[in-house]
Design a protein around this ligand. Structure first.
Ligand code: COA
Length: 323
């Protein structure tokens, strides 16, 4: 038996979870096995015939990277696969076991403000929500999805005086300036962190993207002045997130931002329409993006653009505040 196959009963749990998920939301993928090599395994239900199985992973990020702008430097994650007649009760058991496991670890400073615990849960699987709340987890962000080839590629009226064009290497500073505005704005909501190295990390991401052939980075300009950006990944670069949905090919919208004084005038919608048009032409089946759930601009905006929650990211920081 390898870690990827799990213990007896795990495959039966996964088969049941697969049926539940397909009934709840057909855009969800088949559930992956939850336990990474070396990770702790938790179960709920009768011994030898679990109804739920979970695994935890500890992740430490590297200073200087963009990944550390999207969350804390140390993250303790739980992957939970829950079936059976009492999903909330089984998840509750798993969360208690995880809490006890974390607090029993030597050498972990769970009070460090740069730590967090997290769990991704299918947004439409509402049976688990009360257990997550009871353990102190908060819905911080969603992975939102837009499906349907027909819906992709719908146009949007260009606001007067505004032009959308593909960005080029010479636009690097304009692109990262606008992207940094997005990080600063999102940092208000407690998950995204504006680090001392944010500009450099954005540069490291944007420079190779802009140097590539036909980059999926678009700028909105008013009278030649950059006022908005949308930076996306083609399916070839979005493999890291493609496993979150059953549909393929997947494109990912990494960052979208409009200058503070230009927000609410249709520029974000025009940039998004351009992205959707190119994604449709490239045969993309779904587009994914992350947004924070308390961002008062992104929540209605992405809904207007045809996105809806697929996964909700439940989180609490510091890690010691998990109950
Ligand atoms: C979220 C964001 C990218 C949206 O871009 P935007 O240009 O503000 O959005 P739009 O103007 O296209 O759409 C929003 C509003 O304009 C309206 N609108 C859409 N098209 C329009 C048009 N052609 N003319 C006038 N208004 C229009 C929409 O109906 C909407 O109205 P509302 O504000 O009353 O709900 C932008 O507000 C932003 O940069 N926010 C801060 C950073 C951020 O949150 N980024 C997203 C992270 S996931």
């Amino acid at each position: 038996m390898t870690a990827a196959q799990g213990e007896s009963g795990d495959q039966e749990v996964l088969a049941q979870v697969s049926r539940r998920w397909q009934a709840l939301d057909p855009v969800l993928p088949d559930p992956s096995f939850p336990i990474a090599a070396g990770g702790e395994r938790f179960t709920a239900g009768p011994p030898g015939a679990p109804t739920a199985v979970a695994g935890c992973g500890h992740w430490i990020g590297e200073a200087g990277t963009l990944e550390l702008c999207w969350g804390t430097a140390q993250r303790f994650g739980l992957t939970a696969r829950v079936a059976g007649p009492d999903v909330g009760g089984a998840l509750d058991e798993l969360l208690s076991a995880w809490h006890d496991h974390l607090t029993a670890q030597d050498g972990l400073d769970l009070d460090d403000p740069d730590t967090s615990v997290n769990l991704s849960w299918p947004s439409r699987d509402v049976a688990g929500v009360r257990a997550l709340v009871r353990h102190g987890l908060q819905p911080m962000a969603v992975v939102a999805v837009r499906t349907g080839r027909a819906a992709l590629g719908e146009g949007g009226d260009l606001p007067p005086g505004v032009r959308i064009r593909r960005a080029a290497p010479a636009d690097l500073e304009a692109v990262i300036g606008l992207e940094h505005e997005v990080v600063r704005y999102d940092a208000n909501f407690g998950q995204v962190i504006d680090r001392p190295w944010t500009t450099d990390a954005l540069r490291q991401e944007a420079a190779p993207a802009l140097a590539a052939d036909e980059p999926w980075v678009w700028l909105a300009e008013r009278d030649g002045r950059p006022v908005g950006v949308l930076h996306a990944q083609r399916p070839a670069d979005a493999g890291w997130i493609a496993g979150l949905t059953a549909r393929a090919p997947v494109a990912y919208n990494l960052l979208t931002g409009v200058s503070p004084t230009e927000r609410g005038g249709g520029i974000g919608a025009a940039l998004t329409a351009r992205f959707h048009t190119e994604a449709a032409a490239a045969g993309v089946a779904v587009t994914l993006l992350h947004h924070t759930v308390t961002n008062p601009r992104s929540v209605p905006f992405w809904s207007q653009q045809g996105y809806r929650p697929l996964w909700t990211i439940w989180e609490i920081s510091p890690a010691s505040t998990l109950r």
